[in-house]
Write a protein that binds this ligand. Structure first.
Ligand code: BT5
Length: 263
């Protein structure tokens, strides 16, 4: 992967500027800095390797060189999009699932920000906002996808089992094509962000629907049957007393099977 190849590969997509790095701390950090300096809408940072890749709550995200996709897209939300910023994680996750479906795979979204193949995490999304006073001026959508088996960290340092496209397909894939497909899906889905159609697509892609799950909300946990989402993308569960519970942030795990999967 290099800058001229990327420019050529993505030339038909409605992107802003594109910057490529052989190695970087975190593409999201670079994107946040660039957003603050006026990056145009849909500008893109791509890196071959991340040395300080981040997940949510500053958890580490591993991107060894030559094995994965790590990129960040800068969005300047329109007035119509601003009431729906909490759906952007779904936009990114859906774009990933659509691109993996093209490879004949059956991905699911583990709410809120993971994409799973066969119950294992193949991709993660990290959304970060740039504020000006009370107003969100930019959103950085960070996406990491494990392409080769070597991208997947050792099981003992993972919170959830991981996998790669190579691991699932049994052969390597061209990561450039996956990148192009994700960006094509994301830019095509973006105009639907405010619609019920978008929420339906997102809901249909959710893993564990109708199953008993445990959601860890940073210490506090909720247990219940996963019913779907409400319009802002929050998760809707039905607890054992039949009460509807809404969860805005957390880590979902299947109950009681997750611990078996971790081994
Ligand atoms: C995420 O966070 O899954 C968001 C990952 C976003 C990464 C992209 S790469 C481009 C951009 N630049 C960045 O710096 N970040 C974004 P979370 O749900 O908090 O999951 C983090 C957890 O995933 C870690 O605690 C590990 O257990 C696990 N993990 C780390 N690297 C992984 C990998 N390559 N494959 C599978 N799991 C991984």
């Amino acid at each position: 992967m290099n800058q001229p190849e990327l420019n050529e590969l993505l030339s038909t997509l409605p992107l802003g500027e594109i910057r490529y790095f052989d190695s970087i701390g975190s593409t999201n950090d670079e994107a946040l800095a660039w957003a603050n300096k006026g990056a145009p809408d849909l500008s893109l940072i791509v890196a071959d390797e991340q040395t300080m890749g981040r997940g949510r709550l500053d958890r580490p995200w591993f991107t060894p060189p030559g094995t994965a996709l790590a990129f960040s897209l800068i969005l300047r939300p329109t007035a119509d999009e601003k009431p729906h910023l909490s759906r952007l994680v779904g936009l990114a996750a859906l774009a990933i699932t659509e691109s993996l479906q093209k490879l004949g795979l059956t991905p699911q979204i583990k709410w809120p920000n993971d994409v799973l193949l066969n119950q294992r995490k193949v991709a993660g999304v990290l959304i970060e906002l740039v504020w000006s006073g009370e107003d969100v001026v930019c959103v950085v959508i960070g996406i990491g996808v494990n392409i080769l088996k070597r991208a997947v960290p050792d099981t003992d340092i993972l919170r959830f089992p991981g996998t790669s496209l190579e691991g699932m397909l049994g052969h390597p894939v061209e990561r450039e094509n996956v990148l192009r497909d994700i960006l094509a899906s994301l830019t095509a889905l973006r105009p639907q962000l405010s619609t019920d159609e978008f929420m339906n697509k997102w809901g249909e892609a959710l893993a564990y629907r109708g199953r008993q799950v445990k959601v860890d909300m940073g210490g506090q946990t909720v247990v219940g049957r996963l019913e779907g989402m409400i319009s802002d993308g929050s998760l809707r569960l039905r607890d054992d007393n039949g009460k509807s519970v809404t969860v805005r942030f957390g880590d979902v795990r299947l109950r009681p099977f997750t611990d078996i999967l971790r081994k």
